[in-house]
Design a binder for this molecule. Sequence first.
Ligand SMILES: C[S@@+](CC[C@H](N)C(=O)[O-])C[C@H]1O[C@@H](n2cnc3c(N)ncnc32)[C@H](O)[C@@H]1O
Length: 500
Amino acid sequence: MAEASRIIYTTLVPCFRPTIQRTHLGHPHLSMPRKHQIHCSVSANASGTTQASVVDTIPWGCEIESLENASALQKWLSESGLPPQKMGIERVDVGERGLVALKNIRKGEKLLFVPPSLVITSDSEWSSPEAGEVLKRNSVPDWPLLATYLISEASLMESSRWNNYISALPRQPYSLLYWSQAELDRYLEASQIRERAIERINNVIGTYDDLRLRIFSKYPDLFPEEVFNIESFKWSFGILFSRLVRLPSMDGKVALVPWADMLNHSCDVETFLDYDKTSKGIVFMTDRSYQPGEQVFISYGKKSNGELLLSYGFVPKEGNNPSDSVELSLSLKKSDGSYKEKLELLKKYGLSASQCFPVQITGLPLELMAYAYLAVSPSSMGEKFEEMAAAASNKITSKKDLRYPEIEEQALQFILDSCESSISKYNKFIQASGSLDLDVTSPKQLNRRLFLKQLAVDLCTSERRILFRAQYILRRKLRDMRAGELRALKIFNGFRNLFQ
Ligand SMILES: C[S@@+](CC[C@H](N)C(=O)[O-])C[C@H]1O[C@@H](n2cnc3c(N)ncnc32)[C@H](O)[C@@H]1O
């Protein structure tokens, strides 16, 4: 039971991310139309690991480029209380479907006004009230509850009040949840996002297994396995990861907001969705003006390209995302005489012998420097180990800007070595990517592979760009330090000659 609730809990809690604060809710221009993708999925095998299997998709939702369901959605929304809009759903260059200005929209205007009655939250009424009761009695947290709610409502088709909304949702949301283990290994080997995707897939599988064991198996009439299975859960979690918003003015409540969730992400805007207490609706305030025909964007939050690929299945164009970062992994050396002592301190501060830190184009985080100090410090600096471990963690508020001039050069060299070993993995993948498709046997498979490969190449190129910058900064710093040391040595030798 404790293990079961841990699985549900971990599904909801983002994994440890030192330094960068992430906030809210998010394809590059690809040469390949998405409709040619084959639907391939990840499922659990007996050992709990993931494996690839080509399966039928779920029977509801639509192909994302289908505007037919989108017009039924607009009609239903306006009949259900959505006020007249200055935007309409159209096919767009960025994001396939999106909201496009129908009239001039000024900077600073509030748009949308989706009433709470049209918003899906954990408090929404269930078309099958008994099913909702069972989940609430078992204190199922918001995310798994909403995932089950979506499947329950979707399976009821026309009998659900959300039928028009669900029919317009993508049948296969774009997210790494839909990449097989082999695809993740093949295309994302160089990037730490591969581990994040595997962790997320396993969390979804774990959450489903937990619900099945604890609840669904006990109420098979309410939760039949033909409907509530790993395929439908992968779909509903894919929808949640790519569409759920956190509403700051509703105490951070998470919600699916029909209509608003047709807005695509742009790294150039900072505006996000929230509940407006005055108009009593979900709104966003434009931070630029739009002409009729222009696509209107919001921000899904300050997310790296890897995070956008993980949850939303797209990668912004290289250099377009000011919040982009790459995870650099540092590890304690097993040969270190103080390995055990250092590891224990790291654990005390929630860290491990191998730790990832987000590096941005603007520089390296202080936590990473503290970890590097700890990794290279000799046993004679034992009394400093704890402050280094503490500063490497993002859990403390104490001084993080540590400086130990006597080991600074070694620490910087240690980071540079990790950075260069990571760059060589990216180089290997990007160079090999031209030949990755030679073993494809069918045109359908070729299309999917080209599509995934393009996303992976875009991601790896943007991550490597940040590492190149870090490499440049580190090399320059080390060169300056070494030149300074040489100068100091020359001066010292000059003095010594003077006194000889
Ligand atoms: C909240 S939905 C937005 C509406 C979506 N385009 C639709 O038709 O349902 C998020 C999804 O839109 C797409 N998307 C959003 N912003 C994008 C962007 N800047 N580039 C490419 N795709 C984007 C991704 O497929 C993402 O998973």
